[in-house]
Design a protein around this ligand. Structure first.
Ligand SMILES: Nc1ncnc2c1ncn2[C@@H]1O[C@H](COP(=O)(O)OP(=O)(O)OP(=O)(O)O)[C@@H](O)[C@H]1O
Length: 416
């Protein structure tokens, strides 16, 4: 028979002393005094916990087992809204809640996030919506290849560590905000001043990446397929050389290698391809990207590729298996969303930098807004640095004896 805790408790209050019953909204709250409180607590009842305002919701959503629903433990006010804590029932999992996420959001009329820890389900309820315009701001992150890509609900910044993720795929329809996002990522890398080299492949005649061309960390800049081919082949060769070096030196990755004494440290290299589907028709290039994605894992060579064509031939199994970190921006329909992030959702985004990051979990975020003019302003000092470096190298090239430069610790092989 179905049990009703509120009725039971009400009866208990009547038996044990004076009780006040307050009825309202989603449930019945019982406030007991004197003997009733004492009696109830002696019998192990928590009066507050019985006033579960979410009982009806859980029952309606069939989040129940044998007529019992997850026990409401507390509501805590937070800077993003509030957090509700429930005790999970045996036989129930976080997945059961995730499946009902949309219904809970619509009931509360708020975005939520569901997490789990030690038999407790936490539902974070966001009072504020995700901002639609987040102006670009550079923030230095801990990791060598870690950068801020935007903000998540609750106004927290979202960082992505490319060293851990290895490669990144960005996909979304035209106007979804790909170029703006890639621009802010490259600007972050340039401003972070880490020992990183960039290879930019921009088959739209160089229009998207042109502003970075003269930057000091840009090693190669390709505007057509032939140039791109050469860069990709050189990178595959570089990856092979690096693995040979690791093998000879008994190390497993670039981090370990760079800690060795008396070696020339390896730099991190990132190849960024705007509209990588354009490489498809030319024999070899797509497979070079696939080979690179598969091979370059721990050797400091990384890929960031973007496409506006969610085509399963382009985003094929090999690419997806080797690039598990994906940023999905707005798509036309749910089919395209499934090709990109393996589930629906991207078709519901509003565009203009509103995205879902698939890296294990799915995280909704808004990317930072950075216009070309502002990006140029922020990085233009690096053009001058590149020019000075080039002039210094030319001067060095005129010298016969370079030993004194080596003694000064200047890296004359560095082609940056
Ligand atoms: N993070 C953002 N915040 C606010 N507006 C944005 C953001 N990102 C992009 N937009 C706006 O959305 C529009 C499209 O942006 P963008 O050119 O980056 O998209 P795209 O996906 O690269 O499109 P295309 O493939 O046609 O170049 C622009 O008007 C831009 O100002």
């Amino acid at each position: 028979m179905k049990k009703n805790n509120e009725v039971e408790l009400f009866g208990l209050c009547l038996v044990l002393g004076i009780g006040t019953v307050v009825a309202g909204g989603d449930g019945v709250q019982v406030l007991g005094y004197g003997l009733s409180t004492l009696g109830a607590s002696m019998l192990g009842f928590s009066l507050i916990n019985n006033a579960n305002p979410y009982n009806n919701l859980f029952r309606a959503l069939k989040l129940e087992i044998n007529d019992r629903v997850p026990k409401f433990l507390e509501r805590k006010e937070t800077n993003y809204g509030y957090c509700l804590t429930f005790r999970l029932l045996a036989g129930m999992s976080t997945d059961d809640f995730e499946k009902k996420k949309l219904a809970i959001e619509q009931h509360l009329n708020r975005k939520i996030e569901i997490t789990y820890n030690n038999w407790r389900i936490f539902i974070k309820v966001y009072e504020k919506q995700l901002e639609e315009l987040i102006p670009y701001e550079f923030s230095k992150c801990k990791g060598i290849l870690e950068f801020n890509i935007g903000k998540v609900l609750g106004d927290k910044t979202l960082n992505l560590d490319l060293e851990k993720a290895v490669h990144l795929l960005i996909a979304g329809e035209t106007g979804s905000g790909k170029s703006t996002l890639v621009r802010s990522i490259i600007t972050n890398i340039v401003l972070s001043r880490r020992k990183v080299s960039l290879h930019l492949i921009d088959l739209k005649n160089g229009a998207e990446f042109n502003l970075f061309r003269k930057s000091n960390i840009v090693k190669t800049f390709s505007r057509n397929i032939d140039e791109a081919e050469v860069v990709l082949e050189n990178l595959i060769e570089e990856v092979n050389k690096r693995y040979d070096l690791f093998f000879e030196n008994d190390v497993v990755d670039i981090r370990e290698y760079n800690k060795l004494k008396n070696i020339k440290k390896l730099d991190y290299q990132i190849c960024i391809i705007d509209e990588f589907a354009d490489l498809q028709n030319e024999k070899g290039s797509i497979s070079s990207v696939e080979v690179l994605a598969a091979k370059a894992r721990a050797c400091g060579v990384h890929l960031i590729i973007s496409t506006q064509r969610p085509d399963s031939k382009i985003l094929n199994g090999r690419i997806k298996a080797n690039i598990p970190c994906v940023i999905g921006l707005k798509t036309m329909n749910s089919l395209n969303s499934r090709i990109i992030i393996d589930e629906d959702g991207l078709e519901k985004l509003r565009g203009r930098g509103h995205g879902l990051l698939r890296y294990g979990n799915l995280t909704e975020f808004q990317s930072m807004f950075l216009e070309v003019v502002k990006a140029r302003e922020l990085i233009k000092h690096t053009y001058i640095e590149k020019e000075i470096k080039r002039e210094v190298k030319e001067e060095i090239g005129k010298l016969d004896n370079l030993d004194f430069i080596k003694d000064l610790g200047v890296d004359i092989d560095d082609s940056n």
